[in-house]
Design a protein around this ligand. Structure first.
Ligand code: ZN
Length: 126
């Protein structure tokens, strides 16, 4: 199998932004092939791939979620039975009852998310 990769990517870069719909995991990949087929964080196969035909500018990074934007996380969420335990595990975390049941944790920014994932025993991929 001769795998000759064409290196004409200099002025024709394309990017794919993987966005999990279940949790808030995102990953910017240099092409479609590198995009995960399921969420490395929560295992969900419910995701969107956003295709970008040029390297994202700073402005676009903001738009696709690289900035500090607040989210309600399912990955760090839990059900009603686990809530008390979770509150102890994540001091000062803010919770809300999710529509349809369960609780979601408020994540102010990516730094906080990393910290909370660590508290929960998750390691962030990528
Ligand atoms: Zn996910």
């Amino acid at each position: 199998m001769a795998d000759t990769q064409e290196m004409d990517t200099e002025d024709k870069m394309s990017f794919v932004n993987f966005e999990c719909k279940l949790c808030d995991y995102e990953q910017l990949c240099s092409d479609n092939e590198q995009a995960p087929f399921k969420c490395p964080e929560c295992g969900s196969k419910w995701y969107t791939l956003r295709f970008l035909d040029k390297p994202p500018s700073k402005q676009e990074f903001v738009n696709i979620g690289f900035a500090d934007n607040e989210r309600w996380s399912w990955a760090l969420g839990c059900n009603e039975n686990q809530l008390q335990k979770k509150i102890k595990q994540h001091p000062n975390a803010e919770w809300r009852k999710a529509p349809g049941g369960g609780y979601q944790m408020r994540i102010a920014n990516r730094t906080e998310k990393k910290r909370r994932m660590k508290e929960a025993g998750f390691e962030e991929f990528g």
